[in-house]
Ligand binder design. Sequence first.
Ligand SMILES: O=C(O)CCC(=O)C(=O)O
Ligand SMILES: [Fe+2]
Length: 340
Amino acid sequence: MGSLLKTVQEVALEGGQVPEYFLYKDGHGGSRDVPFIDIPVVDVGLLATSSQELQKLNSALTNFGCFQAINHGMSVEYLNRLREITREFFQLPLEEKKKYLKQENDIEGYGNDNVYSDQQKGDWNDRLFLSLYPEQQRRLKLWPENPKAFRSIVHEYSEKIKSISEIILKAMARSLNLEENCFVEQYGERSKLNGRFTLYPKCPRPDLIVGSKPHGDASAITLLLQDQSIDGLQILKDNQWFKAPSIPEALLVNVGDQAEISSNGAFKSAIHKVLTNSERERISLAVFYVPELDKLVGPLEGLIDESRPKLYTTVKNYVNTYLQYYHQGKKAIEETKIQY
Ligand SMILES: O=C(O)CCC(=O)C(=O)O
Ligand SMILES: [Fe+2]
């Protein structure tokens, strides 16, 4: 077992028979033939002053588990530059990318899924996973020196995402009538940002192969920069799959399992998946806001009362728990729910 020996990009380039490891039974690649969903658009610049915008945020996170964040202080040209740099990294020769190869049983670096069992099915993507923040925790050896601007632009993006996520977490608290620092304090001053740059190569059998399996994120919140031209991301709402639109100037922000837990279920971790495409490759850049490892994350006091008891147990280092369950095909969030 261990890591896949080849990258998905290599498998895609070789052509021929796709390894069994990627193939689901008929139709399990998911259907493209589903409607788009109108995910609410929230103006981040208005969250501090407009109660209407705050209400919109609350309703989006309650009903969809996500929103499209606009007016966050980054121009579309800047976001396109990040998309470009992501694409450029994956276009480098394999030998160059392999300098940043993820070691077995590590999660940081360039690679794809660790293989834990014979039953496991592979996601059709390669990625570069990097710890972005706090700065002292960066493993610069795994940060590409090519494209040349990679390190500086990703450094700058980390700082921007740090401040945007704090604005959002504070607004989330206020939208629940809580003191604005409730979430950020629970997650800790040294909460982490992890970046996941992903490439979904062209896929020969989109009907049988999945880009990313259905999942909720293990983060508190995730800020996702989607490919500006290729769709593929789908969101589950009321037990139905919908296509998530990509808005060039927006970040798609979703609730992860840990904000569902802290909000005592007021906000729902958005279940999502990614389809594959035979025509064009797709990239994305997800940044996960993850609490400090030794912080206790549980339903906030102000959200527990007689009519709404504590619905989740308090967790610590949830990402670890999440991964253990994930590889057994189970959902960690389900295991944290308290049954009354
Ligand atoms: O590629 C995407 O659009 C989504 C990626 C994702 O869900 C993840 O990295 O957790
Ligand atoms: Fe995700």
